[in-house]
Design a protein around this ligand. Sequence first.
Ligand SMILES: Cc1cc2nc3c(=O)[nH]c(=O)nc-3n(C[C@H](O)[C@H](O)[C@H](O)COP(=O)(O)O)c2cc1C
Length: 357
Amino acid sequence: MAPPTLDARTWRYLAAHRVARMTTVDAAGRPAIVPICYATDGHAIYSALDAKPKRVPPTDLRRVRNIVANPAVALVVDDYAEEWADLSHLIVHGTASLVAPGTADHAAAIARLRDKYPQYATMPIEAQPVIAIRPRSARFWAATPDGEQAAAEPARDLDFDALVRGRRSVRAFRPDPVPRALIERVLDAARWAPSPHGRMPWRFAVLTEPAVKARLADAMGDTWRATLAMDNDPPAVVAQRLAHSHARIREAPALILLCLYTADLDHYPDPDRQAAETTMAIQSLGAAAQTLLLAAYRLGLDGGWMCAPLFCPDTVRGALDLPPTLVPHALLPLGYAAKDPKRRPRLPLDDLVVRWE
Ligand SMILES: Cc1cc2nc3c(=O)[nH]c(=O)nc-3n(C[C@H](O)[C@H](O)[C@H](O)COP(=O)(O)O)c2cc1C
């Protein structure tokens, strides 16, 4: 196998993105461009000839004919955002070849593609060659160090103990935006949380637009005001708690709404097993949240956990126009800590282990 040609940061940027634009050229030098899904292994970039309805058989595709005539290809992967400080792109030049079905390299590439794109799970991509691009050179560009950070080494390159002990709940953030690529890396990490039957019974809604955050905060505030009124709390206390919660939602640079999604779970005729299945899904949602928060912390971000959506799922769904199959469970604010929070002490291990024999 050829030695790796790109640096670790470049491979990470590629791995964190989901679509590239690839140019090929024919024998006469005429260029063609096509969007591709791809997976990487630290040596090459792989793209399937998938079985989406097309006018020609996959091996007659122009990109395949071009690669056979001239293996030189170029790729661009990029982040566009209206906040231009977040702009970044990566241009890769390389040499493409076709990996034939039935070989170990082909099987490994197919496995990587299916791992990255669940859509491929049911497509017969294993019957077609895979395009393998060996990079020769790459050029990364980011508008600001912030954008660059999205692809850079983790801001907190911690060992495991320091990571799990360092993660903390932060309730006030600096106003700095969170680069989109960092959010993608955080969500990508959460995909690896354990889940019942591997069904991943959770979905994410990412909220960064001020107007959307304000709409959600207003809607949740209205519902919460009605709930607090039932508790007969003094109006000043109610007002203060509402203002605090409203500000937490509005001022978080990014919010991840973690929703329970049970449609893909097993279904049982008896309520006990059905309830256990739902409990497992909720346990898994907690695992996804913790994975996400640890990934965020490692990337130099901080996160928090707001359970409020659990108490007003209809309100949250309505404010964000989410389908009824999604049950909002937690809002995880993400950003850069305004100050180090006070930590809660932990019980000693002896208090937690009830039997060990
Ligand atoms: C299921 C769950 C719900 C939580 N809900 C809230 C919440 O609504 N508001 C909040 O400020 N923190 C919330 N937290 C965060 C906890 O208060 C926090 O994790 C705990 O105090 C330990 O602090 P640490 O995260 O800094 O270690 C929640 C945590 C969990 C696991």
